[in-house]
Design a protein around this ligand. Structure first.
Ligand SMILES: Nc1ncnc2c1ncn2[C@@H]1O[C@H](COP(=O)(O)OP(=O)(O)OP(=O)(O)O)[C@@H](O)[C@H]1O
Ligand SMILES: [Mg+2]
Length: 302
């Protein structure tokens, strides 16, 4: 078997008395897009910090490209690119200057830095903005520049911490395309997200992190299958959700759900849809307890 791009086993990290990661184990295959999904405070950034050698774990092992993060941090750093929640962009510099400066910091010659900067500006659709200061950039442009900066030295594993948080739908779509193109280049992409749709759209494998554990992992399709079959929904004319019933996917289950809709006395348009990652998320995490609307009846965890 080929070496996993990332392998994490029995990882633990406690801050003070608060255990953030409590026996986390998973593997990421080379060339895949892996999405770590979890609510605020789940430990996603902590995990990225450990994998990028910025924070030491209390116990367990983690390797990137086969290099141990504790024993061989330099080799790990050489194989990764990191785009954090707090961007690495220098506001005062132009997009082009940001990229050329980073190239110089990574030891490229002046002309090689300039050539690489031009290549990345072209690729991330920033040519028009290349000579403008980064502080004038929109949120989407800034994220693209940040991603470009992390690609200066063409790392084989990329960590993207909530790459599209706060972006409008169009900028999010653009960034998704960029992330897909990174996979096409053969890179491994490890991203964190709170958006189920993002994981669904992009990821080959999704892992759900909650209360320090990976509570579920698999392909988006497999995860959706864990919550069962189709979901019966009733909406009013304005499209507001009135009632939602998960089924086991069988005809019998569907009939029972429809009978339940009948008995509930709720009146509206009935549709049957496939389960979404939202359903998985609600079933597997605390978010279910906090955010499930009262009309979500009959939900079963796995
Ligand atoms: N250096 C630190 N010292 C103390 N506590 C910390 C430290 N770093 C993180 N934590 C705590 O660990 C928990 C997990 O934080 P982390 O930033 O990893 O979560 P996250 O999943 O990235 O959340 P978000 O979605 O908000 O970015 C939080 O309760 C946080 O307060
Ligand atoms: Mg975070």
């Amino acid at each position: 078997m080929q070496t996993p791009a990332i392998a994490v086993s029995g990882l633990r990290k406690t801050f003070g008395t608060h255990p953030v990661l409590n026996d986390v184990t998973f593997e990421v295959a080379p060339g895949e897009i892996f999405a770590l999904l979890g609510p605020n405070g789940a430990g996603k950034t902590t995990l990225i910090n450990i994998l990028s050698t910025l924070v030491a774990p209390d116990a367990g092992t983690a390797t990137v490209n086969g290099f141990d993060v504790g024993r061989d941090p330099l080799a790990v750093r050489r194989s990764i690119g990191l785009t954090g929640q707090s961007a690495a962009v220098d506001e005062v510099l132009t997009g082009s200057e940001n990229l050329r400066m980073m190239g110089r910091l990574f030891g490229l010659s002046r002309s090689a830095s300039a050539a690489r900067a031009d290549e990345l500006l072209e690729r991330f659709d920033l040519v028009q903005a290349a000579r403008k200061r980064a502080k004038t950039y929109s949120g989407g442009m800034r994220r693209r520049l940040d991603l470009a900066i992390s690609l200066i030295v063409a790392p084989s594993v990329l960590f993207l911490d909530e790459p599209t948080t706060g972006l409008d739908p169009r900028s999010r779509q653009e960034l998704w395309n960029v992330i897909r193109s990174l996979k096409e280049d053969g890179r491994t992409v490890f991203l964190t997200t709170q958006y189920l749709e993002e994981a669904d759209q992009l990821a080959d494998t999704v892992a759900v992190l909650n209360e320090g554990h990976v509570v579920a992992s698999g392909t988006p399709a497999a995860l959706k299958a864990t919550v069962g079959g189709d979901v019966v929904e009733v909406r009013d004319r304005a499209g507001n959700l009135l009632l939602q019933l998960p089924t086991d996917g069988s005809i019998h289950g569907l009939r029972a759900a429809i009978a339940e809709v009948d008995a509930s006395g709720v009146d509206g348009d009935v549709t049957v849809r496939e389960p979404s990652l939202d359903d998985v998320f609600l079933a597997l995490t605390d978010a279910g307890a906090g955010h499930a609307a009262p009309e979500l009846i009959g939900r079963t965890a796995r």
